[in-house]
Design a protein around this ligand. Sequence first.
Ligand code: PLP
Ligand code: COI
Length: 358
Amino acid sequence: MSLKFDIRPSANPTPEKEREAKLENPGFGRIFSDHMAIVRYTQGQGWHSARIESRANFPLDPAGAVLHYAQEIFEGLKAYRRDDGGVNLFRPDANARRFQNSAERMAMAKLPEDVFIEAVEQLVRIDRAWIPGGEGSLYLRPFMIASEVFLGVKPSAEYIFSVIASPVGSYFKGGPAPVSIWVSENYTRAAIGGTGAVKCGGNYAASLRAQAEAIDHGCDQVVFLDAIERRYIEELGGMNIFFVFDDGSMLTPPLGTILPGITRDSIIALMKDSGVRVREEAYSIDQWRKDAASGKLKEAFACGTAAVISPIGKVCSANGDFAISGGAAGPVAMGLRKKLVDIQYGRTNDPHNWIKKV
Ligand code: PLP
Ligand code: COI
């Protein structure tokens, strides 16, 4: 399926000086570009009314389904400015596929992959001046909401798909400096048969209490344990996790109840290229504590589109705290981070054809 986007440039774009000032220190997710993409879905009619237009409020009826039963999904990917002035997207096809899986799980209409990618590309084209230089990037947030005006509990017959763009610097205030994480023992994130493996807004709403507990304990992020045995490490609120051992081997929790991260998949592929098979195996919090104490565990790091690769320096829990790599950023995490970022910015070759030039 192919939809033609009606491109309607803003009559009131942000003046260049104002934009440049905003791009100087963008932070994460607070500044937005001038435009958005919108595509609508109506049962019986399919996808229609594809547009790029001025970023504006959505008219949404108070009985709009998303406001009551949270039928909402989203994605996150970034556009990177290359040294030659061109723009790279990183694996947008993988985001488009995951968006379809999320839609399927949430009983929403499935957006064709080519429409997802076209919406992202058109938005990046029209707002390319919003991509920060240096280590910044333009964070793209495709999302879909159920817009039918109806209070019955059933899949909506209407949806709005949209993409917005936010120039970003580092997700964590400290950049790639090691982060501290809090082990959530009171709350879990996902159970088998639930929605843990898809990117629906409800997962994040349910994680906020645990994240607040992490902050209360002086930590940056929360890490969740499995919902059955309450022992095995799953993932962080918005990132996957990897462990590096003294024999050079690596481990990451298996897929199932965690989000299948595109960064996670890319790291597994990059390690395989360099001859290291990452084991996708369950790893318990007790084992983690033991391995950190004995020196068997050398590094742990979190990864995701927003956070890239962030070393974990300290783990805190109700049973006591422990440090990893003496609280410093480890060489494997930092080496992988450089390799990945170099591919994303087009500074090195791209053996897996992950880059899509815009
Ligand atoms: N896990 C969760 C819960 C996330 O929200 C994210 C971010 O999207 C990730 C993992 C990492 O996924 P990706 O690498 O595709 O950004
Ligand atoms: C991402 O990395 O894209 C995320 O979605 C994580 C977080 C901002 C929700």
